[in-house]
Design a protein around this ligand. Structure first.
Ligand SMILES: *[C@@H]1O[C@H](CO)[C@@H](O)[C@H](O)[C@H]1NC(C)=O
Length: 291
């Protein structure tokens, strides 16, 4: 009938629009999470941290185990959202200088759990990351599990077995992507999360809001790898990003702002450690262009 035919095309567009909207939501979600730190503090983040936070910073940098003078906020306690995320990520950095995949993925699961309450925009972003986490988990627990315990081992095995994609060529079915490529995509999303969180944590009052900071982080970490249309959708999504206060409250419920900022900055620091090591390992193996 005359009605059925024309509806085909709009329906396809409708599907694309929904996919785009979902993607935008996902991006938002990730950003909201890391949003608070960006405003003008870029390379000199420390100068944006209120003076009151310095003891914690120093303690963190010198790696001492001394108890801080004040009690730690609940979000850094054993059941705290941030410490639950930092623990596995920290454990993924093994003494051999490699990245343990099961711990890395456990960290990602907590990161996603952390981002989820930030709203529907992030739900989109996290569902994307979540599917990658599940893809890689399937390999870590699959028939070739012995080759998927660490990043270095995985890359060596996939290279030997001829499983690596050619640079810049996406696999037909993303679920059949090599573990190395899936890792690279998660790695970029981690960078975005880390930058957003750091900026939300250290951004000055009256500076750019969290949405702007996370949008900037998006431009740095993910935008260059996304198609034009996706970038536009992402920028729209950032307009609805939660404010810094809300992000801090979700990260560290019941804490004062200075404490919440310090805790979030620490969490971002852990993500940065993981990012730096992964970046080094992928770069040495020429894998940063894999996708
Ligand atoms: C990560 O690497 C960058 C660039 O090499 C460096 O400036 C930064 O201090 C490193 N961060 C951490 C947490 O080690």
């Amino acid at each position: 009938m005359g009605v059925a035919l024309p509806s085909q095309v709009p329906r396809r567009w409708f599907r694309h629009a929904i996919l785009l909207a979902i993607f935008a939501l996902l991006l938002f979600y990730l950003c909201a999470w890391s949003l608070s730190a960006l405003s003008g503090c870029g390379s000199e983040a420390q100068s944006c941290i209120p003076k009151g936070l310095l003891p914690l910073q120093i303690q963190q940098q010198s790696g001492t185990l001394e108890a801080p003078e004040r009690e730690e906020p609940q979000c850094l306690g054993p059941q705290g959202m941030l410490s639950r995320m930092m623990k596995p990520f920290h454990a993924s950095l093994n003494p051999q200088g490699d990245v343990e995949l099961s711990q890395y993925l456990a960290g990602w699961r907590e990161l996603i759990r952390f981002l989820t309450p930030f709203g529907s925009i992030f739900a989109f972003a996290t569902s994307e990351a979540f599917s990658k986490v599940k893809d890689l988990e399937a390999q870590v627990h699959g028939p070739d599990a012995a080759h998927y315990t660490s990043l270095v081992g995985m890359v060596a095995w996939e290279r030997r077995a001829g499983l690596l994609e050619r640079p810049g060529i996406a696999p037909q079915d993303s679920a059949r992507s090599s573990g190395s490529r899936t890792m690279l995509l998660l790695h970029r999303a981690l960078r975005w999360s880390q930058l957003c969180l750091h900026r939300v944590a250290t951004g000055s009052r009256g500076g750019p809001d969290a949405g702007e900071q996370c949008s900037d982080a998006y431009n740095t970490a993910l935008g260059p790898h996304h198609a034009w249309l996706v970038r536009q959708a992402a920028h729209l999504a950032f307009l609805a990003f939660p404010g810094r206060g809300r992000l801090l409250e979700l990260a560290c419920p019941g804490s004062r702002e200075a404490e919440a900022r310090a805790a979030l900055a620490r969490a971002a620091g852990t993500l940065e450690d993981v990012y730096n090591r992964t970046q080094g390992l992928l770069a040495e193996r020429g894998l940063l262009q894999l996708a």
